[in-house]
Design a protein around this ligand. Structure first.
Ligand code: ZN
Length: 286
């Protein structure tokens, strides 16, 4: 994937303020928050967690202010990449939605963070909070994605980010709100509704991928895919499918407990968005 560093205007850098500096470890309260987050956002954080509780590493280096983080050059490069992807993906959505689109930011944090959706630890994985309309990401997740889920490559990382921005689009379009309402009306449908929302976010990620696959983008300062990048995203989509995660966590596959969709479904919907580039083909609710 080719991209160029910008002004980080799509980033809210909380790496220096989150984590270490006097924050409370996640503990049992945090576990409850994670459960609530899972309910609010439809992201099953416990699946990502693999069922464990997550106490953030309180021995984090004490740093102050968002500017004063100690980070390796590799991490700084990753921040630039996240900014470039967020900028590019949001441009796609601004083009698709016109004035219905409102920009979001990616909040970078370390160890733990307070969002409008509650207190979250790194182990929750990246998430979108409809309450403050922001994407939350601990860069450590990208290592996790590679080591634990075997999904490597920068476009695998970009897919995860584009998926979260897809949730932002769902919030702007009211899809997310309608789905919550439907879930309240029929609690028995909660999981299958969640799967539809998640697969649509995958398809939306693909819609951006479609744009990013066009030639000449890098030269114009945008993100441009290299050969093999699509495979990275498809591999990542499959790696975090519910069946794969369940097998990893419990050794069993329980389709009735799916919240995000199977590996095959996630691949399929990402690919659909990627092939068409048209958000209207992402109607997973029909
Ligand atoms: Zn999601």
């Amino acid at each position: 994937m080719r991209w160029s560093a910008g002004d980080r205007g799509n980033i809210q850098d909380m790496r220096g303020r989150s984590g270490g500096g006097g924050m409370v470890p996640l503990g049992i309260g945090g576990v409850i928050v994670v459960a609530l987050l899972s309910m609010f956002t439809g992201v099953n954080f416990f699946d990502i967690l693999g069922g464990g509780s997550a106490a953030p590493d309180s021995a984090a280096v004490g740093t102050s202010g968002s500017g004063g983080v100690k980070a390796s050059p590799a991490e700084e490069r990753m921040v630039d990449m996240v900014d470039a992807v967020a900028r590019d993906a949001q441009q796609t959505w601004a083009e698709n939605l016109g004035n219905r689109y409102q920009p979001t930011k990616v909040v970078l944090f370390r160890d733990a963070i307070q969002s409008a959706c509650g207190y979250a630890g790194s182990a929750t994985g990246p998430f979108y909070c409809p309450g403050d309309r922001k994407v939350y990401l601990d860069l450590g997740f990208f290592d996790e994605l590679q080591r634990r889920f075997g999904a490597s490559g920068d476009f695998a990382q970009a897919y995860v980010l584009a998926h979260e921005i897809g949730h932002h689009v769902q919030t702007l379009l009211g899809t997310e709100g309608q789905m919550r309402q439907a879930q309240r009306a029929d609690p028995g449908s909660a999981n299958s509704m969640s799967v539809r929302l998640e697969l649509q976010a995958d398809c939306y990620a693909g819609v951006w991928g479609h744009d990013a696959s066009k030639a000449g983008r890098a030269a114009a300062g945008g993100v441009e895919l290299d050969p093999g990048d699509l495979e990275e995203a498809l591999n990542a989509a499959a790696a975090i499918g519910d069946d794969r995660l369940q097998k990893l966590g419990t050794g069993r596959v329980m389709p009735e407990k799916f919240t995000h969709g199977s590996s095959e479904q996630r691949r399929t919907w990402f690919k659909r968005g990627f092939d068409t580039g048209d958000p209207r083909t992402c109607d997973t609710f029909r």
